[in-house]
Design a protein around this ligand. Structure first.
Ligand SMILES: [Mg+2]
Length: 220
């Protein structure tokens, strides 16, 4: 795993290995490669909370298991931070993700771009390596448009970006309009509530659909 420890996201975007001639695929982790909602649900379950997914949100789907009281934001942020210290190894990989990336990596550069907290860096890169997705990883914070623009500028080939969150896809559309955009939400419970604009950002339910969609658009 290429470690870009001491670099800011912008510096990492310049330092990360990108083949200047090949296509580039920039891939999110949570809900694209990893079942984050399920893993976070298991983690909060050990702290007396349960998840009832009826909206596109994280903390607002979590309730105290005994009292039914909604999780307040302060406690939610604390649990989220603790998850990346103590729970982030316990994430199930999304079906077919590692095999799809391995096949695609023969024809394009792959960069993992994740908005995890910085203290989760080692757990996150360890998880990716353990599950056969040992590609260069950049930890970002905030909207992903600026860093995707910087990464895409490193190749003369086409670039693609996959994320679950519409704000990141819209941010890329604004800052790097030539980058092809793909949306996936691995959690089937969350998927029906997800904001999507499929004619702007190509939607795929799973990697069986996503891999050929990427191939068609990045390799034609
Ligand atoms: Mg995500």
């Amino acid at each position: 795993m290429t470690q870009l420890h001491i670099l800011s996201p912008a510096e990492a975007a310049r330092a990360v290995p990108v083949d200047p001639k090949r296509p580039l695929l920039i891939v999110d982790v949570d809900e694209v490669l990893a079942h984050f909602m399920q893993g976070f649900e298991r983690f909060v379950g050990r702290h007396g909370y349960e998840m009832r997914i009826d909206k596109f949100a994280l903390f607002q789907n979590v309730y105290h298991a005994d009292t039914g009281a909604p999780l307040d934001m302060t406690r939610g942020k604390q649990l989220f931070d603790d998850f990346f210290l103590h729970g982030a190894d316990d994430l199930d990989p999304v079906d077919g993700a590692a095999a799809a990336l391995e096949a695609l990596s023969l024809e394009m550069s792959i960069i993992i771009l994740t908005n995890a907290p910085d203290h989760g860096r080692d757990a996150r890169s360890g998880w990716l390596t353990f599950h056969g997705m040992d590609y260069p990883m950049i930890i970002n914070s905030g909207l992903k448009g600026p860093i995707v623009r910087d990464l895409a500028a490193r190749t003369s080939g086409k670039a693609g970006f996959i994320d679950d969150l519409l704000p990141n896809l819209e941010s890329v559309a604004e800052d790097a309009p030539d980058v092809l955009r793909f949306q996936m939400i691995a959690d089937e419970r969350l998927r029906p509530f997800a904001p999507t604009v499929p004619d702007r950002h190509h939607w795929a339910d799973d990697w069986a659909e996503m891999e050929p969609a990427i191939r068609r658009r990045l390799l034609d």
